[in-house]
Design a binder for this molecule. Structure first.
Ligand code: FUB
Length: 363
């Protein structure tokens, strides 16, 4: 391992998120009880800003990365994620996976978005006919998450937002997949602070409602986009994630149920739906034959990283596949101050993805 790419930190065991946590201990408390050394397998791509939820795409033969911009706003850590109090977005690019990361500056600020009040969470971007579209969630004036869109004629922006959020949009973490037939689909949703569990009736309810542990889990959503990519072309549909018996994964199946951070890529004509399992901290994946699913659960792509959240994107560049993700190594474990990283990702001959770890532990 190249020493330049090895970052060793002494950290408390309680902030290594390999262990399962439940909702009541989402707020990370550190303890000096046991000290471990962890050796990270990759370095933060950016060190002078906190960058999270990286959505990577190849535009103009370069890798463009659209992350969230973490900062310390002083909001206390709460189960509803108020401490992720982001207010603007920056964009970055790399000529190749090994070249330096260029910061193109701020592309959007909450002050510029007429409908948005706060919490600019995980975004994504896509290109169509030489125009670039930036999709982002934010809470509106009623504190309900909606998804907005902004346009630019360049991948590095700046982007001009629409005056209203996408009609019929809700919850968080938009990921727009351009299919090989030229259609575009938005995948979105996230439970807990992401509010997806408040939309089970089709209307927003001002309280959390989760299906029982033995019932199908709250599903992520997908909608085909209109030709101008500014609206949904249809009512969002449920994403079905099935287990090995063809049964829908249930609420109680915390290790495998959808939590947030949807992403889709296509490999050998199959659709790979990947996502975070949230409170169990994995990036998991499921495979299907259609952009709408159903998707059958396959396994874990990325094991828990340092920090509570795990959020990724997957992109092909020059015949190799890469996963972009974040951890809290630069902030020494602060869950809301994250840094984007990347690693190569491998599909085996059967199309299965080899499970990755972002660090090794040295006792
Ligand atoms: O960055 C804020 C939120 O944390 C994202 O929207 C989630 O996916 C999680 O990473």
């Amino acid at each position: 391992m190249n020493s330049k790419h090895v970052l060793t930190l002494i950290i408390t065991t309680s902030i290594i998120i390999g262990c399962k946590q439940n909702q009541s201990n989402q707020k990370q408390e550190s303890t000096d009880a046991t000290k471990d050394t962890i050796v990270f397998k990759s370095e933060p791509l950016v060190k002078n800003q906190y960058t999270a939820d990286p959505s990577a795409h190849v535009f103009e033969d370069k890798i463009f990365i659209y992350p969230s911009h973490d900062w310390d706003s002083g909001e206390p850590e709460m189960d509803d994620g108020n401490h992720f109090n982001m207010k603007d977005y920056y964009v970055y690019s790399m000529e190749s996976p090994t070249s330096e990361v260029v910061n193109h500056g701020k592309i959007l600020d909450v002050e510029d978005v007429a409908w948005a009040k706060r919490q600019m969470w995980a975004p994504d971007a896509t290109e169509k006919d030489g125009e670039y579209f930036f999709f982002f969630p934010a809470k509106d004036k009623d504190d309900i998450f909606r998804i907005g869109v902004a346009k630019s004629d360049k991948p590095e922006g700046p982007f001009t937002p629409e005056d209203e959020p996408i009609k019929g949009s809700f919850s968080i973490d938009p990921a727009v997949y351009k299919d090989t037939d030229g259609e575009y689909y938005m995948y979105f949703g996230g439970i807990w602070g992401g509010q997806l569990q408040r939309w089970l009736t089709g209307e927003y309810e001002n309280e959390d409602n989760y299906p029982a542990d033995d019932e199908p889990a709250v599903p992520a959503k997908v909608a085909k986009m209109s030709d101008d990519l500014l609206s949904f072309a249809e009512e969002p549909k449920d994403i079905e994630i099935l287990d090995e018996n063809g049964e829908l994964i249930t609420t109680g199946d915390n290790d495998r149920r959808f939590f947030e951070a949807a992403w889709v890529h296509k490999y050998n004509d199959k659709y790979y739906f990947s996502y975070s399992t949230g409170d169990t901290h994995n990036i998991a994946y499921a495979i299907g034959d259609s952009p709408y699913g159903p998707f059958t659960y396959q396994g874990v792509i990325l094991e828990p990283v340092l920090g509570w959240t795990n959020h990724h994107s997957i992109v092909e560049f020059d015949g190799k596949w890469y996963i972009f993700f974040h951890d809290s190594s630069l902030s020494e474990g602060k869950t809301y101050l994250r840094s984007m990283k990347m690693m190569e990702l491998e599909h085996d001959e059967e199309g299965k993805i080899k499970t990755l770890q972002s660090y090794t532990e040295v006792k």
